[in-house]
Design a protein around this ligand. Structure first.
Ligand SMILES: [Zn+2]
Length: 254
């Protein structure tokens, strides 16, 4: 091989490793002699009008039965939404805010270690940028790459705002990877500035809740929860965790 080509190849490999630091760990698990006992679960976030105000109990949460064992959980994002993102939105910063809500908004964390660890301080992780697209997500087992990836794309079913594809090891109840697609059927933005858009921070906060191991709740009185399973244009209530979200996170991680 030509030396320059080899050098370029080596550099690309190093960059890939640096931008996706979970690769070696994930491949090590997948390559073990016993076939990994892994399971996929797909969370589909539908559009619906606002539910009625709550009456009585409001602490709703659902656990999927798996969680992360190592922190922080790395994120990578393709910030290209084509013409489906309006307003002057910093995609990475908005997703960082969504991740921080789980890092700091829940009742407890593992001895102060943030789950996503993207808070803007000296010890924080950074969100990597990727050019991956819809077809690179872990729709099938062979697409598992150890990266937790967020992209825009066109999910074929109508009325779907976002989808989280999550894989976990059934035997160890450990999450392996999740990927998120934000549907280009909708116009995205910051709904505090423009209530006609789908609020990016709102929806990503919900999907990142799936990422730490929480399922959707659909009971009408649970509409204030971040993990409430429906959303609509202009909604921002999922940006902040509510009672059940915090209880669920605490049940998972102590
Ligand atoms: Zn959901």
């Amino acid at each position: 091989m030509d030396k320059r080509v080899f050098t370029a190849f080596l550099m690309a490999f190093i960059i890939a490793l640096a931008s996706c630091s979970m690769i070696p760990l994930a491949f090590a698990k997948l390559d073990s002699s016993r076939p990994p006992d892994i399971e996929q679960v797909i969370f589909i976030h539908f559009a619906k009008g606002k539910a009625k105000p709550p009456s009585g109990e409001t602490g709703y949460y659902k656990l999927i039965g798996a969680k992360w064992q190592n922190f922080p959980v790395h994120l990578e994002v393709n910030p290209d939404a084509g013409d489906k993102l309006v307003g002057n939105i910093d995609v990475l910063y908005t997703i960082q805010l969504a991740a921080e809500e789980w890092d700091s908004g829940a009742y407890s964390q593992l001895e102060g270690i943030a789950w996503y660890g993207v808070a803007p301080d000296l010890f924080s992780d950074t969100i990597a940028i990727t050019d991956k697209g819809y077809n690179d997500l872990a729709w099938t087992r062979d697409k598992l790459d150890g990266c937790n990836t967020i992209v825009w794309g066109n999910y074929p079913t109508e009325g779907v705002i976002a989808v989280t594809i999550l894989w976990y090891n059934k035997a160890t109840k450990t999450i392996i990877e999740f990927d998120i697609v934000l549907d280009t059927d909708y116009t995205w933005g910051n709904a505090t500035q423009d209530p006609t858009v789908m609020d990016l921070q709102n929806i990503v906060t919900h999907e990142l809740g799936h990422g730490i191991g929480l399922g959707d709740v659909y009971q009408s009185p649970a509409y204030q929860e971040t993990m409430y399973g429906y959303s609509g244009y202009g909604e921002t209530s999922k940006r902040d965790l509510y009672i059940g979200d915090k209880t669920g996170a605490t049940k998972l991680y102590g």
